[in-house]
Design a protein around this ligand. Structure first.
Ligand code: AMP
Ligand code: MG
Length: 491
């Protein structure tokens, strides 16, 4: 920083270069101009160099006090709180919006793709209801580490550019250090954004503008369709069907699949009480607020389709205002494709996980029977597939050893071996490292107490999901019953 530089004497590079603010320019009525609260004593906890590079920012410049100030929105013009509604646990909330978040601005990434920069935990906005507008360090770091893991696993997700401790204390029953997350996303258009315009504002003109904007930004081919709203809906259904399959294949449990937490782009967004399933059980729930198990692991595809039905309802006037019944029929026909589209991705993915390049042959029940076996025998989802690869290579005890009753696995393993699995195919898709719950909790507890060491080691580990030399803390389930694990919304 103090060394001679080629550009010495010239003005320092701007830490962030924003593009033209298309959301603000085109979607008047969907935001409130608002500025972030200043942080009394900001300290950079995380800066993702590769994300900075992606969005054309100068990582070194972002590490300076001026860079950190820019990341926190200081002196940034045109920041806004975005409006949206949402179905939360099935009930409609007409006005949610960015209660503690702001759209910092838009950037063009290295590929020329438009991305949002967004702040979370930057203070109360006019959309805030009860909350304080703040966020504790733990949940913001959780969003960073889980989204890094998802990205490393090749799953579409928002990323964290930075996490900045604010120097402020926030209260969540106990005093906690506060933080702001700087998030990068394809956009922050949600199913709930469409619901807000259609159901809350009931503004047909704005709904049309929102559709045009969302099509141009995410699904441009829909613009050429006879009914662009329908083609757009089809594209969102396709993106979500694939996303959900990818979540299910790695055992990801989002935790709060409200319609305001589901994107139009097909990126995973809003990591709250999320976690990776360890022992296989479709009823796995981690969120302390999900009492009925609405958002359990095994229910996620169903819920995604339910959410997409809410998107269809919001789009109906654009699909056919004069003949609502015909419009509903057309939308329903597309909605009904969700299970098959999800199923295609899921089946292809499970077959790859099992090394079955030629499918299951005659043995159509092979996958379902495996799921039953994993459930009955309380087998760790991630370990199971790595162990099966070892078994395919001749280590007969590798998979059996994970079961409560090793003998219970014999019949299924023989059926599977008869399909000639390729263990190299398996190892290429089955992760070794996932952010395991105990390691995450331990790292967040240390980080909250001021020691970032365990957290940084965890992040390094989840960045290399296929590394076979990772420490046991990142590759082995905790001793205790995984059913005891609970994550909190951390608002
Ligand atoms: P989330 O659970 O983070 O998806 O947030 C759901 C809604 O609650 C959004 O409208 C948030 O802006 C709002 N919200 C969550 N936490 C807070 C908070 N601490 N202060 C104000 N609003 C919040
Ligand atoms: Mg949310």
């Amino acid at each position: 920083m103090f060394g001679a530089r080629e550009d010495e004497g010239a003005a320092p590079p701007a830490p962030l270069t924003f593009s033209d603010p298309t959301y603000v320019r085109e979607l008047e009525g969907l935001f409130v101009p608002w500025t972030a609260e200043p942080a009394p004593d900001p300290r950079l906890l995380v800066l993702e160099d590769n994300v900075a590079r992606d969005v054309g920012a100068d990582a070194e410049a972002l590490r300076t006090p001026a860079g950190i100030a820019a990341l926190l929105g200081e002196g940034v013009e045109g920041t806004v709180a975005q409006g949206y509604a949402g179905h939360q646990f099935g009930a409609f909330s007409p006005r949610l919006g960015d209660g503690r978040a702001l759209l910092l601005g838009e950037v063009l990434d290295r590929d020329g793709r438009r991305r949002d920069l967004h702040l979370k935990g930057s203070g109360r906005t006019p959309f805030a209801r009860g909350g304080d507008g703040k966020a504790p360090v733990g949940p913001m770091l959780r969003e960073h580490v889980i989204s890094e893991a998802m990205h490393a696993l090749g799953i579409p997700t928002t990323r964290a550019l930075a996490v900045i401790a604010t120097g402020e204390t926030v209260y969540r029953e106990v005093p906690l250090p506060g933080a702001v997350l700087v998030r990068v996303a394809d956009s922050h258009l949600r199913v709930g954004t469409f619901e807000y315009v259609a159901k809350t504002l009931r503004d047909g003109e704005l709904l049309g503008r929102l559709l045009d904007y969302a099509i141009a930004r995410h699904h441009p081919h829909a613009a050429d369709a006879e009914i662009s709203a329908l083609a757009f809906f089809d594209a969102v259904v396709a993106a979500q069907a694939e996303l959900l399959a990818r979540w299910m294949l790695v055992g990801f449990v989002h935790g709060v699949m409200n319609t305001d937490n589901m994107t139009i782009s097909g990126e995973t967004i809003d990591y709250g009480p999320c976690a990776f399933m360890e022992r296989y059980d479709p009823a796995t729930v981690f969120s302390s607020i999900d009492h009925g198990g609405r958002y359990a692991y095994g229910r996620q595809p169903l819920i995604a389709q339910w959410n997409l039905a809410r998107l269809a309802e919001a789009l109906l006037p654009l699909i056919g205002a004069d003949a609502p019944e015909v419009a509903a029929e057309k939308a329903t026909a597309i909605l009904d494709t969700f299970p098959a589209r999800f199923g295609e991705h899921w089946t292809a993915g499970v077959h790859a996980k099992l090394g079955l390049t030629a499918g299951v042959g005659e043995d159509e029940a092979l996958v379902d029977d495996l799921l039953g076996l994993l459930h009955d025998e309380e087998v760790d989802w991630t370990l199971a597939f790595r162990a099966l690869a070892s078994t395919a290579r001749g280590d007969t005890t590798a998979f059996a050893g994970l079961a409560r009753d090793p003998a219970a696995t014999t019949g299924w393993v023989q059926r599977w071996l008869a399909c000639s699995p390729n263990p190299d195919v398996m190892d290429a898709v089955n992760p070794v490292v996932i952010p395991r719950n105990e390691a995450v909790e331990d790292a967040l507890a240390h980080a909250t107490a001021g020691d970032l060491g365990p957290y940084e080691r965890l992040v390094d580990a989840v960045r290399r999901p296929f590394a076979t030399d990772a420490a046991p803390a990142y590759t082995q389930p905790a001793e205790r019953d995984a059913g005891d694990y609970v994550t909190y919304c951390g608002t």
